[in-house]
Write a new protein. Structure first.
Ligand SMILES: [Zn+2]
Ligand SMILES: [Zn+2]
Length: 232
């Protein structure tokens, strides 16, 4: 039994199993030895695949998004998570992702439609909402939503721009994008009580977003490192 994975197939060389013994079906240890022989290959391949998975977050504009907005997010994600960001060509907003009110888009429908197996941050200038039974609201406008864990999240600039200077809007946008990507990387809402931590639950309040900083508390940082291997 191998007690830890490794990224090299070279250990197979040290195994003292003759091929002629392995291919002899009369050998009572035939299957067992085949398993032992193949296991390192299997571990090496799976380990190498995970070790060399490209650290990329794709930015997917949904509808028109200002280039300066995407460049800002790209730079912030690359600086904070040390992942390369690649901006994808714009996708059209379609009626099937509209919320029931037809006045804005439904975030769960967006995630469901565009869920990707690659890390993807969907950016839109359209307003987005979710149905929130807890608040007895048919639709609840939100800043962003992300699978936790997962690979896809969506952020709308619509509410972040309201009553904000350019500087304040940019500050909000960066924090919300890093927050939703944090969910994709497996982080739940922060429970440390550190008001600076960007993984705090904003509960739909822009004041909470403004109170946070571009900062992960030690608890969230530790969880990100142990859970996803992203050690900042
Ligand atoms: Zn935290
Ligand atoms: Zn959240």
């Amino acid at each position: 039994m191998l007690d830890k994975p490794y990224c090299s197939a070279t250990l197979i060389i040290n195994r003292r199993i003759k091929f002629s013994q392995l291919v002899n079906p009369q050998n009572s240890f035939y299957l067992l030895k085949m398993k032992r022989l193949l296991l390192p290959f299997y571990l090496a391949i799976t380990c190498c695949l995970s070790c060399h998975r490209p650290k990329v977050v794709y930015i997917q504009p949904l509808g028109h998004v200002e280039e300066s907005t995407m460049n800002l997010v790209k730079a912030a994600v690359e600086k904070f998570y040390h992942y390369k960001c690649i901006v994808k060509p714009e996708l059209s907003s379609t009626n099937d992702i509209l919320a029931d009110s037809k006045t804005r888009y439904e975030a769960n429908r967006i995630l469901s439609k565009f869920n990707s197996n690659e890390n993807t941050l969907i950016l839109t200038e359209q307003d987005i909402a979710v149905v929130n039974p807890e608040r007895h609201s048919k639709e609840w406008g939100i800043f962003g939503l992300g699978y936790q864990p997962g690979t896809t999240c969506v952020v709308s600039v619509f509410r972040l721009k309201q009553n904000a200077s350019i500087a304040l809007f940019h500050d909000r946008l960066i924090k919300v994008c890093l927050h939703e990507i944090g969910h994709n990387f497996g982080l739940p809402h922060c429970t440390s009580g550190d008001t600076r931590c960007l993984m705090r639950d904003a509960k739909g309040s822009i004041k909470e977003v403004d109170q946070a900083q571009v900062f992960l508390c030690p608890q969230c940082r530790k969880q990100l490192c142990s859970g996803s291997g992203i050690c900042l």
